[in-house]
Design a protein around this ligand. Sequence first.
Ligand SMILES: NC(=O)c1ccc[n+]([C@@H]2O[C@H](COP(=O)([O-])OP(=O)(O)OC[C@H]3O[C@@H](n4cnc5c(N)ncnc54)[C@H](OP(=O)(O)O)[C@@H]3O)[C@@H](O)[C@H]2O)c1
Length: 273
Amino acid sequence: MKTIFITGASTGLGKAAAKNFAEQGWNVVATMRSPEKETELTNYEHVFVTAMDVQQPKTIEYAISQSIERFGQIDVLINNAGYGAVGIFEAATEKQIHNQFDVNVFGLMRVTQALLPHFRSNQQGLIVNISSQGGRITFPLTSLYHATKFAVEGFSESLSYELASQNIQIKLIEPGIVKTSWYNSTDKLQDASLSDYNEFSESFDKGFQEFSQKNAHLQATSEIVAQTIYKAVTDESDQFRYPVGQDAEELLELRKQLNDEEFRAYIRKQVLA
Ligand SMILES: NC(=O)c1ccc[n+]([C@@H]2O[C@H](COP(=O)([O-])OP(=O)(O)OC[C@H]3O[C@@H](n4cnc5c(N)ncnc54)[C@H](OP(=O)(O)O)[C@@H]3O)[C@@H](O)[C@H]2O)c1
């Protein structure tokens, strides 16, 4: 029985992936910041719900050692924990900027680095990083979030070369818009004194809402993302990127076809009212 170790499994995509792997007969380590609140995953026989905060190195070490003790080996890591800082960049505090990178990028690096000795000594392992379509294209008013996902993409791609020498593989999942608590958990970048941006912000709020509603039928659900993660883990292919949702597939395809100016004009037209 293989074992998968998932970060941010309390809700959303992480939880859907944990359930799917458990139902497919895997051992699952579902890590989360507040495991005492978990009532669903604890019902599965082969799911080990344990505390881990990607910003706290000691919790990472502890969760990994407990998992190896419990299941003998970890085969796959899913770096999923993440959130979005949303709003005007000029309004972001130093702490907000740092925290956005500390969770989405440095946290992912911390967990990866903590598991690599185990994967290397086994001479096998797979790391699946949950990026986003926003790791290759951008929308307005999410500059920090996109910066973290672009970082995850570059980090993963370069790392893939050296890890291949140790028989360790890396893959990226690139979901489009998926209805999860992501949208309610955003860190708002706001500063009342920056009213110069009000007109732009209002135009984006209205335009993005319309864009999102218009494309709702193209968007994937958490369950579909979980199935794509399962495919990425089990397909034994060398495929590196897995866009999920027709919205992501279409936008990423368009990004290949248009030049920078054309693509930015397209995005403006789509999401600004
Ligand atoms: N939803 C989308 O449209 C979408 C699209 C593309 C990519 N993604 C990416 O998919 C991943 C999962 O997002 P989601 O949509 O499932 O959002 P979500 O429902 O808000 O779940 C986010 C998860 O990350 C965890 N987390 C946040 N900060 C953490 C920290 N410091 N340490 C450990 N865990 C932490 C949360 O834990 P707590 O419960 O403790 O807060 C939660 O389990 C993220 O990387 C996100 O950027 C989402």
